[in-house]
Design a protein around this ligand. Structure first.
Ligand code: SPD
Length: 340
């Protein structure tokens, strides 16, 4: 094959903006892009390396060292730095539109429902008639959409730190942002720690923490002081569902979160998981806790989603069988995660 043909093949899938960047630096593959996360037409989850000459570091994220998941990019739709993070939206070749924050994939149109349904319905189907719900993070609106399925719910507060995430979701992900249209939703754009500090004791039946990974703005959301504030904001027998990473990659972090939760939540503490193909290792976990009070049996839903059928469209991933199955853990996890 001639050099020219090779070049044509190489450039076929590169977004025009990155092609332009490449023209300025034809010999430096890794520098030849204008979107830090998009190289030669592919998005790869990463963290910006401080030393760009270290090519190994380019795709190495400390949350999943030595591996990186990639999606083919059809078109970059949005890229801007907010006060808190870099926000990127692109159209992928096979997963629809994709939302990325600081280089980390948050959701894709094709598989978002698995995560949003699980993080919302695992807690809400575990208590009878949830009324007052707080969502921490979740600025894309997908979790709100799921909480709003529950007709017993009267109030849905959401505390999201980054207005740009909300705006971008309303523009590019209307099927998720529809969650904001429910009249029960009250939006608070501020730091979750500040917000929760001022919540009256026992206000919520359920709190759902839909954060990004604990590097950057979400770091504090996996620490004991945060769990103490959450516990204070929950009524006796109220429940927390907190995003808790992957059992394939983060058993240390999961152990730390579970120990902190066990010290704080005197009801029960459990770990559950679900498959989400575009998250690292294809898996995401959830910590479920209840405060002291009426006991909560997380494993057998007392408020089954099926009773809502007819009222709203059926969830696409979650059902009562999946709910119970989500708490079954592989043997290696039971061994490595000491406090289960
Ligand atoms: N590793 C990414 C975990 C992202 C969890 N939050 C996703 C936001 C979807 N509402």
């Amino acid at each position: 094959m001639s050099q020219n043909m090779n070049h044509e093949h190489d450039t076929a899938n590169i977004p025009p903006c990155c092609l332009k960047a490449r023209a300025y630096a034809p010999d430096a593959e890794l520098e030849a892009n204008c979107h830090a996360t998009v190289v030669s037409g592919w998005f790869t989850e990463h963290q910006n390396p401080s030393d760009k000459s270290d090519k190994r570091m380019y795709f190495n994220n400390p949350m999943w060292p030595g591996e990186a998941h990639s999606l083919e990019v059809k078109e970059i739709l949005f890229k801007e730095r907010s006060k808190f993070q870099e926000v990127l939206v692109f159209e992928s070749a096979t997963y629809g539109k994709v939302l990325v924050l600081d280089g980390i994939l948050q959701l894709t149109e094709r598989d978002e429902f698995a995560y949003q349904e699980m993080v919302a319905h695992l807690p809400l189907c575990s208590i009878k008639s949830p009324k007052h719900v707080l969502v921490v993070g979740g600025g894309d609106g997908g979790v709100l959409r799921e909480v709003a399925r529950h007709s017993s719910v009267e109030l849905i507060d959401i505390c999201e730190i980054d207005q740009m995430v909300i705006d971008v979701s309303k523009k590019f992900f209307p099927e998720l942002a529809v969650g904001f249209e429910d009249p029960r939703v009250h939006l608070h754009v501020e730091d979750a720690l500040e917000f929760i500090k001022h919540v009256p004791k026992g206000k919520y039946d359920a709190i759902i923490v839909d954060s990004s990974d604990p590097v950057g703005p979400a770091q504090d959301l996996v620490e004991k002081p945060f769990f103490e504030m959450i516990s204070n904001a929950l009524r006796p027998g109220g429940v927390l569902c907190n995003m808790a990473e992957s059992m394939w990659l983060h058993t240390h972090l999961i152990n730390d979160m579970l120990s902190a939760c066990r010290e704080v939540f005197k009801g029960s503490v459990h770990y559950a998981w679900a498959n989400v193909p575009t998250y690292p290792s294809g898996v995401i976990g959830f910590i479920l806790c209840s405060t002291e009070g009426p006991p909560v049996d997380f494993i057998n839903p007392v408020n089954p989603i099926e009773k809502l059928e007819g009222e709203v469209s059926e969830p696409r991933f979650y059902n009562s069988q999946i709910h119970t199955a989500a708490f079954a853990l592989p043997s290696f996890v039971r061994k490595q995660v000491s406090c289960l």
